[in-house]
Design a binder for this molecule. Sequence first.
Ligand code: PMP
Length: 375
Amino acid sequence: MHYFDNAATTKPDAEVLDTFNKVNEKYYFNTASLHRAGRNSEKLLEASRKQVLDIFGLKNHHCVFTSGATESNNIAIQSTLNRKKKFGSTILVSQLEHPSVINVVDYYKSEGFNVKFIKTTDYGKVDLNHLRTLMNDEVIFVTVMAVNNIVGTVQPVEEIAEILKEYPKAHFHVDATQAVGKADINYKDVDTLSISAHKFHGIKGAGALIMKELKSMSPVFYGGGHEENIRSGTVNLPAIAAMAKALRLSHEHTNDTFSRIDGYNRSVRNALADYRSIVIQPSDTPHILNMSYVGAKGEVVVNALSEKNIMVSTTSACASKLATLNETLTAMGQSVDVINGSIRVSMSKDTEENDVNMLIKGLKEVYEEIGDVLI
Ligand code: PMP
């Protein structure tokens, strides 16, 4: 199988699985238990927390472990808005966000919040000039992802943080789910940051919400008070320790992986350069390559490739069952034909040259097979 859906999820690393299994065998205790076994498990939990913060260079921040980015985004948004509603009512959200941000913000819109979308440039980045015009003292929350999951553009997180310094009431949330191991971003001025282990070769069901100030967060569901009373529930220590390991490995290999995948990305672009009906979007992270078979349906291309044992996705796995046009491509001003015919090819450190050769072969064959519908 040639797997090109790494933006949906990655294969857990062998070393990560090893950590997961060992912790399950030796530290399966409840980290909240007072006995020695519980305390030892808690030590491992705290060591994992420290490691996560150290890797991000955020030693003085706080880290709450969650089940993944959907939960982290929900806690960040719900908790902050519940607390800040007395100070203002405007939320600024980029048009590029994942449903786990957009749909939460949508709920708050129905509750009377004033939701404004920050425009996108044709290249797929947040328009900073538009952001500047939207900023005022009513803004209490700004949310922009770090790396877009559809086209792979890196968003100007540091510049946004700089703009927001003049507006101390505005909380800055960053969904960094697709950025880990792909983009080197300084998050020191970000108020809350979401990550998810399964996007960087960790285990599904583990993630984190990293925050500047603990006291600015409150629980969105209530329970026994674990994780600083922000995220109650028995802690998933094996998956958390495995996530810390996965984070370290992906951090160490960022540069090697980047240059290798950059080469693959160029090969695909070059191989398809003369194909009149294929439009390839620009991307900053070579891991994500969004291309359209203009005139065809993305699902048809995905299924045809799948028959050849090549796994790619249409827009994103989470949104692929929704029959709406892709928001990111719409925000970039792409035509309906380009959006309908789009597929996402996403690579990771596990992608090898042979996979890329098979992908190129498969993409060309599908072009010939469906040529009659292409524009
Ligand atoms: N944000 C982005 C940008 C994503 O790509 C995803 C995963 N598709 C999520 C959030 C949700 O992550 P999780 O699966 O950990 O809930």
